[in-house]
Design a protein around this ligand. Structure first.
Ligand SMILES: [Zn+2]
Length: 878
């Protein structure tokens, strides 16, 4: 699964802490796998027929489940939620069909049958008839209302992970209960329907309906079942004997060429990488408008919010291409890692998600090196390094007791720290050995489940390196180390001392944690050698003293580095000549050390001053994001004007070289850099940049083709931020007329940036209006909260029911906290924690405390950094 922000300008999705105790891990065993369901009865095949009533938002279903009783039992227990069981019967082993009385437990989400006498081991058939609801929010079977050619339409789709298959089918809905699924569906004759497997049979029924039967799936977990039905269109191509399809609502086939080509490339690449060919006959990529955010890797039928799959060749900017490719690469990687081999239980969710994220970065690097995904990955890692440096973090591998906690585990520690650890591990054991281990793992565990121990065993065997110990350090301990580096020259040889301590942004850790840290030590543009820092400190002697010392030159480590003064100055003095990853990492660590109070702000500003000619987009994004943080810390204070002047002064020379108009033959990176710099100039209040945005917006309203896709975000975000009434109304019209989610998110996102409080009130009301998809309501309020925390908070409290009516458990837990998540006033933290404590359950309070901690960390940073601003910035500008 890939959650993603509805637009880059909407607020970041916050993360959820889980009270956790690390535990040692054993290889997969079905009997020992955690979960609620007894393991003496297992499903083999679900043969289900579903009849959705699209107008009434209900459905009926019938299914025959072939089960195997492994041990004599008096009870059969499976999962069902929000289903009404009309009829249940059991037959088999010469036993005539006998009716069973369903016992539904809504809280446990189970369906049980008491059998009286024990049932002997062997195969039986459980026949069930049931009915349930089509949801408005994206869980289980849900409906999406949308417009096509100005006409109201409706489609139905599913998303099941982690535990919503039980809302559509009574199932053994835990990932270790693999079974085959054979779905049949009755839908209107104008519909097309897609599931995991190809259509096997299609027949016309009376009443304008048709019956579509799909081929049976391989053995798989229930959370991978998919059904999408509506007035849909499809393009297809073949790759390695597999039919690849891209499915959209009517009129959008023009935006399918890029994802179709990407999926072909990815299938070929992964077939080779994993060494086990993609096992299904087809792979559909299904784009649905609205409904839910992100994407879900259902085997053979991946469902995407259309903004994460479709690319309009005329209108979509390069960063949409990048996003869609990366999400596509993540979901297709899951077809092996997650689907063919599945984590045993949700405590190993990071294996699925960390791996898919890591693989996506790797394949993107292979196909699109011009996007420099490695640098983007280093920058993305910063967000989770900051979260993981606070007392409210949790280990990658976390105890999960129930499904609600499982839903909460989809956070950035799971995805991004998991990815970061795998990247570090791959570099340490070597690319070839790592792949050899993965291939052995796939071959051995296909169509089955695993724990982390199974993966480490495979990579350890392939590489001969102590992978198990390393993995235990990094996956069962929260946080990560700061590696301090000092050097001296003794008898013409370089002696490097490396020490570690846990890095924290809030308060020092008391646990004395240590990690096995794989460290590459070498010289800039020279050789580097691995050493494993497993103790608190070690000294190595290496080569001569010439050259500039660098640690972790490719920036693959999940840790921070602090050099001694002379080594830092040597690197800083060479900043412009450092390789890209070294140059970026130096800057990122320096900023983090500044925010932690370990380095003066002036040092960072002096270092950044050496990056004025910087060619890389990711490096500029990093510098401007840190200056943006400084700007927010200074909100309402006299220092803010100084910071804004500094930003304008810093950006202008580079921007002047790029110019306002695209140049013939320039790279896409330059085009994106122009937009980034223009946006930051405008945000800092540069009059020329604001005027340019307004003029371009006026031209855009008359002729949408007058602006290049790359500059459109700059234009709409800038006019949104500084909007007056008429501009705001014009943006509202663009939202109403948007034909794709990409456009709607762009224009709607710009409206949430508005500075004028009266217009912000307008935007808040928009969030709960019926025209806005329910999945966006809390995202919109949280985004407005970044500029107007008090106003957004009051609105969220006053409209709590409307805001939360379509939210699932995790959405509810995160919604209120997210409104003030960007604040740096401790009173917001106090107010929010108190409110959540009084009105929500304990899981929500965990999240509230994590967000509260973030606010207090920023408040402390404000107190620390603001007094340094004047001298730090003036010194640099002279
Ligand atoms: Zn995923």
């Amino acid at each position: 699964m890939r959650h993603h922000r509805a637009s880059r300008t909407l607020a970041a999705v916050a993360t959820l802490a889980l009270a956790a105790a690390a535990h040692a891990e054993a290889p997969f065993s079905f009997a020992a796998t955690p979960g609620k369901l007894p393991k003496d009865v297992i499903p083999l095949l679900y043969d289900a027929r579903l009849v959705p009533d699209i107008a009434a938002d209900t459905f009926r279903g019938e299914q025959r489940v072939e089960i195997e009783v492994l041990r004599p039992t008096r009870r059969i227990v499976l999962n069902a939620a929000n289903l009404h069981i009309e009829r249940a019967a059991l037959s088999g082993r010469g036993m005539a069909e006998r009716a069973l009385a369903p016992i539904l437990d809504e809280k446990q989400e189970t369906l049980a049958f008491e059998l009286g006498a024990p049932l002997a081991p062997g195969r039986y058939t459980l026949a069930l008839a049931f009915n349930g609801q089509i949801n408005r929010e994206g869980r289980g079977l849900f409906q999406v209302a949308y417009k096509a050619g100005g006409v109201d339409k409706k489609l139905v789709a599913t998303t099941m992970e982690p535990s919503d298959a039980r809302r559509l089918l009574p199932t053994w809905d835990e990932p270790a209960f693999r079974a085959r699924f054979k779905l049949t569906v009755d839908v209107p004759a104008s519909f097309k329907a897609y599931s995991n497997t190809p259509v096997e049979k299609q027949e016309k029924l009376a009443n304008g309906l048709q019956r579509i039967a799909f081929a049976p799936t391989p053995k798989m977990p229930s959370y991978l079942v998919v059904l999408v039905a509506g007035e849909l269109e499809r393009v297809a191509a073949r790759q390695d004997g597999v039919e690849i399809g891209v499915v959209t609502t009517a009129g959008k086939l023009g935006s399918t060429a890029f994802p179709l080509g990407a999926t072909k490339d990815l299938l070929r690449y992964y077939n080779n990488y994993f060494g086990v060919p993609y096992p299904l006959a087809k792979l559909d990529q299904i784009a649905i408008p609205g409904g839910f955010n992100g994407a879900m890797e259902n085997w053979g039928g991946i469902v995407y919010n259309e903004s994460t799959l479709l690319v309009d060749p005329a209108k979509s900017p390069e960063d949409v291409k990048k996003l869609t490719f990366e999400v596509n690469a993540h979901e297709v990687a899951h077809q092996w890692f997650g689907n063919l081999v599945t984590m045993a239980w949700w405590d190993n969710l990071w294996l699925n998600e960390g791996f898919a994220s890591w693989m996506a970065a790797k394949s993107t690097e292979h196909f699109h090196p011009e996007w420099r995904p490695h640098l983007d990955g280093i920058a993305e890692r910063e967000g989770v390094l900051n979260l993981d440096a606070r007392k409210t973090t949790h280990p990658i591998q976390t105890r999960i007791d129930n499904e609600e906690q499982a839903a909460g585990a989809f956070d950035s520690i799971t995805y991004v720290k998991g990815q970061g650890f795998l990247r570090m591990l791959e570099a340490y054991v070597g690319e070839d050995q790592f792949r050899k281990g993965i291939r052995a793992y796939m071959a051995k565990h296909q169509y089955s489940n695993t724990t982390g121990a199974d993966l480490w065993a495979a990579i350890e065997k392939a590489s001969g390196k102590p992978v198990g110990k390393l993995a235990a350090d990094w996956t069962t301990q929260p946080g990560y180390p700061l590696v301090s580096v000092s050097q001296s020259c003794v008898d013409g040889k370089r002696q490097v001392t490396l020490s570690q301590e846990q890095f924290r942004l809030d308060e020092p850790a008391l646990e004395n944690r240590l990690w096995s840290v794989p460290l590459q030590v070498g010289t800039v543009n020279g050789r580097a050698w691995y050493t494993l820092l497993a103790n608190r400190s070690t000294t190595i002697t290496q080569g001569g003293c010439e050259g500039t010392l660098v640690v972790d030159p490719y920036s693959v480590g999940f840790f921070r580095i602090q050099y001694d003064r002379a080594s830092f100055d040597a690197l800083a003095g060479n900043a412009a000549r450092l390789p890209d990853p070294t140059r970026l990492k130096l800057l990122l660590d320096a900023w983090s050390l500044v925010t932690a109070g370990r380095m003066p702000l002036g040092d960072y500003v002096r270092l950044a001053g050496k990056y004025g000619d910087e060619p890389r987009l990711a490096v500029w994004e990093s510098i401007l994001s840190n200056l943006g943080t400084l700007d927010r810390l200074a909100r309402g204070e006299p220092e803010q004007a100084l910071i804004r002047r500094f930003v304008i002064h810093f950006v202008q020379p580079r921007f002047a070289r790029l110019g306002w108009e695209p140049k013939a033959g320039e790279t896409s990176e330059d085009r994106q850099l122009r937009a980034l710099l223009a946006s930051n100039l405008a945000r800092a209040g540069d009059e020329r940049a604001i005027r340019e945005a307004r003029e371009r917006f006026a031209r855009y309203l008359a002729d949408p083709a007058s602006i290049s896709p790359e500059m459109l975000d700059f234009v709409v975000n800038t006019v949104g931020r500084y909007a007056d009434g008429p501009t705001y109304a014009a943006l509202g019209k663009l939202v109403a007329g948007a034909t794709t989610d990409e456009e709607r998110n762009r224009f709607g996102g710009a409206m949430t940036l508005v500075q004028d409080p009266a217009l912000a009130a307008n935007a808040l009301n928009m969030a709960v209006s019926p025209q806005v998809p329910a999945n966006l309501a809390t995202v919109i309020v949280a985004s407005i909260g970044r500029e107007h925390p008090d106003q957004a908070w009051d609105f969220a409290v006053a409209n709590r029911d409307a805001l939360l009516k379509s939210a699932d458990a995790v959405g509810r837990n995160r919604a209120l906290a997210s409104v003030v998540a960007g604040s740096l006033e401790t009173r917001h933290a106090d107010m929010m924690e108190q409110y959540v404590g009084q009105n929500f359950g304990p899981d929500a309070l965990v999240e509230a405390r994590r967000v509260g901690n973030g606010i207090r960390v920023r408040a402390a940073q404000k107190a620390r950094l603001l007094p340094q601003v004047r001298s730090a910035l003036q010194e640099e500008q002279q």
